[in-house]
Write a protein that binds this ligand. Structure first.
Ligand code: PHE
Length: 473
């Protein structure tokens, strides 16, 4: 009865596309390429793919199985697995409640860039310079607020429409377009070449080599550990685990569906899009800005380096820029609906609210936090020091607390719950339901991961977040 009221994905492909839609987001399109550029290209890629198939697989399977088994949102799901872990439900619900508003603020920035490119106004970005444009936009008051509201409003409408008519439908429309766009832009970017003012010609294929061939030069043990930790951190952010999302979407999965095959597809889509994003960004930035451009491209990659590159592409830059920001917008939107849904579902399940009331509550809460985040670039501007030695604004502080502290804590405690308290069989049994007699191929791997490897990796990530690994150099 309870399940019918909550809604369900009507098809397996709907479940896969919605879940892949959640996983594929800014993490794939923006964070993955810049980490790959920073961490030795192919070496990072290799470590990342190995981790997806082991660590990522175990975490994702666990959460989706918890969701389907308990049939409720994250706030109650942990407690239903084991009473003593009810508190974990609260943390796992607070995380998306914090991430949602600031993700929508970044979504708003994408709306602004998307609108500027689609309306043919990119010339303005080039006139003032990409960096000044970005700084000018984020430090102004009304524009970022308006864009934030549009992005969050769009997410809220989809969530309000419910699981089948909102989330599943939106994912079925946006995800195929996203795949076509990213493949198209990747093919185009591999044809690029450019001769700079010193007469040096660089081709995309040289950039591709930097991206794909593992570079072991100067790789010391501490450096290797830092690449590994970057890859682990990126992975569980990218798969949307430890934020209650996979539990929520798992709770809408059909009881007789083959979760393992769905998870394989989700992993392939998520990793495929991240790899393609790197394939677009690394060779393109290399062609127009050389290795120095790549080295300088930190988090400002998407809003500063790429517009600079689009400028150098001439007329093609306007077209590719517009398509690129539409791609990013779809990726961000399918992620933001998933995070809003995790909070909304928890409110519906725990407090028996109707969907409109739960969505409205979530919207109002996020509005308050989101406005404060937007104003953090002007009215409330502060340079807040972070444990990793950088300074940031309110958005960076929320991002640090959630990504570096709360996500690893939730993931670690989830591993303890499933690995040691409920035992891996609780997940294996749930997964086996839809297998129709087929074998769970990675079962032993799953058990080893969830009991031993994942907790150790997550613990190390936590130590690093508190800066306790500085002795490694
Ligand atoms: N997996 C998302 C990404 O790669 C992360 C995310 C999902 C963040 C949902 C917020 C909401 O960007």
């Amino acid at each position: 009865m309870e399940k019918q009221n909550r809604g369900n994905f009507t098809s397996n492909i709907g479940f896969v596309l919605a879940t892949a839609g959640s996983a594929i987001g800014l993490g794939n399109l923006w964070r993955f390429p810049y980490l790959a550029a920073k961490d030795g290209g192919g070496l990072f890629l290799l470590i990342y793919i190995i981790l997806v198939l082991t660590f990522g697989f175990a975490l994702m399977t666990t959460e989706i199985a918890i969701g389907r088994k308990t049939g409720v949102g994250p706030l109650q799901a942990y407690g239903r697995m084991n009473k003593r872990f009810g508190f974990l439900g609260w943390i796992a619900t607070i995380v998306p409640s914090i991430i949602f508003p600031y993700y929508c603020v970044i979504g708003g920035w994408i709306i602004q860039y998307g609108f500027t490119y689609v309306s043919g106004g990119a010339g303005h970005i080039y006139e003032v310079g990409a960096k000044s444009f970005f700084d000018g936009f984020t430090t102004s008051i009304w524009e970022p607020l308006l864009c934030f509201l549009i992005f969050m409003g769009a997410s809220a409408v989809i969530v309000l429409l419910g699981v089948e008519k909102g989330i599943e439908k939106a994912s079925k429309i946006m995800m195929p377009i996203l795949f076509i766009l990213i493949i198209g832009i990747a093919v185009y970017s591999l044809t690029l070449s450019h001769t700079d003012e010193n007469g040096v010609t660089r081709t995309a294929l040289d950039g591709l080599a930097i991206y794909l061939i593992p570079n072991f030069d100067g790789i010391t043990f501490p450096k290797f550990i830092s690449i590994l930790l970057d890859a682990v951190g990126q992975l569980f952010y990218s798969l949307s685990v430890a934020m209650g999302i996979m539990i929520t979407y798992g709770s809408y999965a059909k009881k007789d569906s083959d979760l393992l095959s769905s998870i394989n597809h989700i992993e392939i889509f998520d990793t495929g899009v991240a790899v393609l994003a790197g394939l677009i960004i690394i060779p393109t930035v290399f062609v127009f800005q050389g290795s120095e451009g790549l080295a300088a491209s930190g988090p400002s990659l998407m809003f500063v380096s790429l517009p600079q590159v689009f400028e150098q592409m001439g007329i093609w830059g306007h077209i590719i820029g517009a398509l690129f920001f539409i791609l990013v917008l779809f990726a961000a939107l399918t992620s933001s609906i998933s995070i809003m849904e995790a909070v909304t579902a928890s409110l519906i399940d725990r407090f028996h609210l109707t969907r409109p009331t739960a969505t409205a509550l979530c919207f109002v809460g996020a509005l308050v936090i989101g406005v404060i985040v937007c104003l953090g670039y002007n009215v409330f501007y502060l340079d807040i020091p972070l444990p990793n030695g950088t300074v940031g604004q309110i958005l960076d502080v929320l991002d640090y607390i959630t990504n570096n502290l709360m996500l690893p804590i939730v993931a670690l405690l989830t591993c303890v719950l499933i690995g040691w308290v409920c035992k891996p069989k609780s997940v294996i049994e749930e997964v086996s339901i839809g297998l129709n007699g087929k074998k769970f191929h990675r079962q032993t791997l799953f058990v080893i991961m969830i009991k031993f490897v994942a907790p150790v990796l997550l613990l190390v990530i936590l130590l690093q977040a508190f800066n306790l690994l500085s002795f490694l150099g």
